[in-house]
Design a protein around this ligand. Structure first.
Ligand code: ADP
Ligand code: MG
Length: 399
């Protein structure tokens, strides 16, 4: 594997969808051997009614919203254990996993929600990665855009799941390592990886890799949406990529008196942009594929009704609006119908539009605590997850 300098300046956007033969971003490379292979792969994931028409169907031409096969979106729930403090305080388990259904303890025996997978408190992040993230990462390395979200109230385990720590690395470090392993295992292609890291706070986009990059604009061109002026760094090793995240986290401290509070009030998006082409290809420009892998630690989803001060209320209303929009966008994507998808209603969905539409893979990981004192907020998270992708409870799961 060899890396080479970026051959294009602006890679953000739906270039990978173009390389995959997306309906309206047709580009010359859509007929290349590479993209044909990948199109076959993604076709095998299509629902029956969609495969009849195929991704390049004229039926869909001209629609500005691509339907997404339901299988491309996975929604999972991850329980964290009760913390030592919660145990000391006599907290009880209010919700628990019964197979891939989450049910409420005895007082509400009929309340239950099914998901693609429910992870018990003892499950390792490594296992969560294997089930809910690995396919998104490998897809991105093959040219299919991918997005992984951690959604949940503050202290439910979003950052533990996405970032983790030395003892228990999160999905971001695991994905970065995996990406470089895949490069090692793919000697017939050469790759160029770049990272960017941004935060959205009160609907303002700030570049975490560049302290001067504040209040950046989201722009649109025929290839999709992109953040104007965002710093992208070429990365040559997992350690290099992870050191950039660590530096980005330092930048989040700028101007904040309470880092924990800030971190629960902003969304962070770590993006790996992957450019690859066959080794030794003479007509390189035509065979290059682009894709993006977005790894997102969302703002805390707790309701802001109790907030009394103006600043906190304002933050809360922005968060509510962007998370509500995200829920609507994902549920519209999973219902498979090409109706209007309101990407534009929040910065978060707008800048992810290119990745979420087309054949992009999405994994929504909802983190919850079983603790009884959080029972209602957990219920809100479970409803959000269920709305994002409606899964029927299997009779055998519903005791
Ligand atoms: P959030 O980012 O949602 O606010 P954190 O990830 O910071 O929450 O988690 C809150 C606390 O719970 C942290 O101390 C974290 O280490 C711990 N924690 C979260 N999820 C788990 C888990 N699955 N297993 C063990 N500890 C966890
Ligand atoms: Mg956090």
């Amino acid at each position: 594997m060899a890396t080479r300098p970026a051959s294009r300046q602006r890679k953000t956007g739906s270039a990978s969808a173009a390389a995959k033969g997306s309906h309206h971003h047709q580009q010359p490379q859509s007929g290349s051997p590479t993209s044909t292979t990948t199109t076959t792969t993604s076709s095998s994931r299509l629902t029956p009614e969609l495969s009849l028409d195929g991704p390049a169907s004229p039926l869909f031409a001209g629609l500005d919203e691509d339907p997404v096969p339901k299988e491309n979106v996975t929604v999972t729930v991850r329980f964290r254990p009760l913390s030592p403090r919660e145990i000391r305080q006599g907290e009880e388990v209010a919700w628990y996993a019964d197979g891939d259904t989450v049910v409420r303890s005895e007082q509400h025996p009929n309340v239950g929600y099914a998901y693609d997978r429910v992870f018990a408190p003892t499950t390792t992040t490594r296992h969560v990665y294997d089930v809910a993230a690995q396919h998104v990462v490998s897809g991105a390395m093959e040219g299919v855009n991918g997005t992984i979200f951690a959604y949940g109230v503050t202290s439910s385990g979003k950052t533990h799941t996405m970032h983790g720590d030395q003892r228990s690395p999160g999905i971001i470090p695991l994905a970065v390592k995996d990406a470089f392993s895949i490069i090692q295992e793919t000697p017939n292609r050469e790759f160029l990886l770049r990272v960017s890291y941004l935060e959205i706070y009160n609907e303002v986009v700030n570049d975490l890799l560049n302290p001067a990059g504040q209040n950046l604009r989201i722009r649109e061109d025929p290839q999709g949406t992109f953040v104007e002026g965002i710093k992208e760094e070429v990365v040559l090793s997992p350690a290099h990529a992870l050191s950039l995240i660590a530096a980005g986290e330092e930048h989040r401290h700028v101007g904040s008196t309470n880092f924990n509070l800030l971190s629960s009030r902003s969304h962070t998006i770590f993006t790996l942009t992957i450019e690859s082409s066959p080794c030794g290809e003479s007509n390189e420009g035509e065979a290059v594929t682009f894709s993006q892998l977005n790894l997102i630690d969302l703002a805390g989803s707790e309701s802001s009704r109790a907030e009394t001060t103006g600043v906190r209320r304002k933050e809360g209303s922005y968060i509510n609006k962007s998370l509500l929009t995200l829920g609507t966008v994902i549920s519209k994507l999973t219902d498979g119908k090409a109706t209007h998808i309101p990407y534009r209603d929040s910065k978060l969905t707008r800048l992810l539009q290119s990745s979420l539409s087309g054949q992009g893979r999405v994994s929504l990981i909802c983190t919850v605590t079983p603790a009884s004192s959080n029972s209602e907020e957990t219920h809100n998270t479970l409803k959000f997850a269920h709305r994002a992708k409606c899964i029927e409870i299997q009779a055998s799961q519903n005791k």
